[in-house]
Design a protein around this ligand. Sequence first.
Ligand code: GAP
Length: 488
Amino acid sequence: MAKTANQAENAQLKDIISHAKEYGFVYPSSEIYDGLQAVYDYGAYGVELKNNLKRLWWETMTRLHGNIVGIDAAIFMHPTTWKASGHVDSFNDPMIDNKDSKKRYRADVLVEEHAAKLENEGKEDEAKALTAALARLLEAEDLAGVRDLIVNTGIACPISGTTNWTDVRQFNLMFSTQVGSVAEDASTIYLRPETAQGIFVNFLNVQKTARMKVPFGIAQIGKAFRNEIVARQFIFRMREFEQMEMQFFVRPGSELEWYKQWAETRMNWHLALGTPAEKLRKHDHEKLAHYANAAMDIEYEFPFGFKEVEGIHSRTDFDLKSHQEFSKKKQQYFDPEINKNYIPYVIETSIGADRLFLLTLCNAFTEEKTEEKSRTYLKFHPAIAPVKAAILPITKKDGLPEKAQEIVEMLKYDFNIIYEDAASIGKRYTRQDLIGTPFCIAVDHQTLEDNTVTIRHRDTTEQERVSISELHGKIAEATSFRRIFEKI
Ligand code: GAP
């Protein structure tokens, strides 16, 4: 039977997930205990890839922009931070339980998935009407109405198959814990649900100590935690994840100009990294959060459809103003150019490192099938590939391993290099393809005579003979961030 588009997409995601596990990129957390839902660990090549992506983002922000500096704030923050930011009162998802299976679902996701199913069945009008009804009910915060919509549409629990639903209730997504060594002293604190607040509460510290003038930005990479109930699609939605966020502080009134500029700059960054334009799209938010006067997502076409990778938000002065109110400490900036005090407006760019990782993996995963052979490889941009080159002596004899080790010594201080001498050269090429190594360098008997080696290129499998003295320059040229930076 022919596969539907949906089944083919799921099959592709499954292939990517098993590839990620088998070749050392991502494992389920604490797998020997059957894993922990929506929590993942990065393996030997995964951590290299993720670090490269984070470094690329960091250097784009802080090196390419003289007016952006970094910060590394703590995960724990004073609990009032989350009151001021609005997370204590409104960082909620509408949840519904099925009384028979005892499974809990996000009510809005149940409806959205049902709408997607209708669309796949060609019932586009019904699907549209359903999502429009959901949007209206959520806008009106009518949770009873959302339950009625689920029941009346006949949406059943995927486990029990029944429509025996509880009421829809709001659940806060923040994880909380206690500080203090004795229970009586203990006070509830939260694991931060976004890194941005660490930037806001340090706005004046950074502005003063780094002597920044508006417009300027503060960038941060760090862990964030959300008690996501709908935790599926691999590392797309995790409970513990990493964000790369940048808050750009601007003069009030200039924010929409800056918003446009940052939306364009960030899209160019994705394109420069090699993501095809047709797999990316902008999605303007129709319903704006109470603190925003413009917002959009950059979406990527994952095997499960176009989904958000990065958010760009014009957050007005909401956060700083609110921290000023709650802390009773002025959060104003004196602008010497116009001789005025004001609370700056903020443009935020926020991308999940793990989501970018998944985008990169999906984009790189390549299966080539011809009549004679099939080949799977990861077509990473060389600048972010976990391993830059594999040094492979063609035999373990005749001094070839020693010669190969000399090359490793020459390159290892600047590049992540692998040395491998087991198995046939063909098998070793295949293995490097599977982890996305752009260059395989074969050391053979001719190398001993004339100091030349063969470079085999991952994407074309073409080989060229070059002198050992050229290797460093060639790898440096191909893997430099500069090649990406110049395109942004
Ligand atoms: N400070 C703004 C903020 O946190 P968000 O849209 O909730 O906005 C920003 O998150 C980005 O963080 C998303 O575009 C996504 O890349 C990533 N992200 C959010 N929740 C995530 C999760 N549960 N797992 C992985 N990444 C997540």
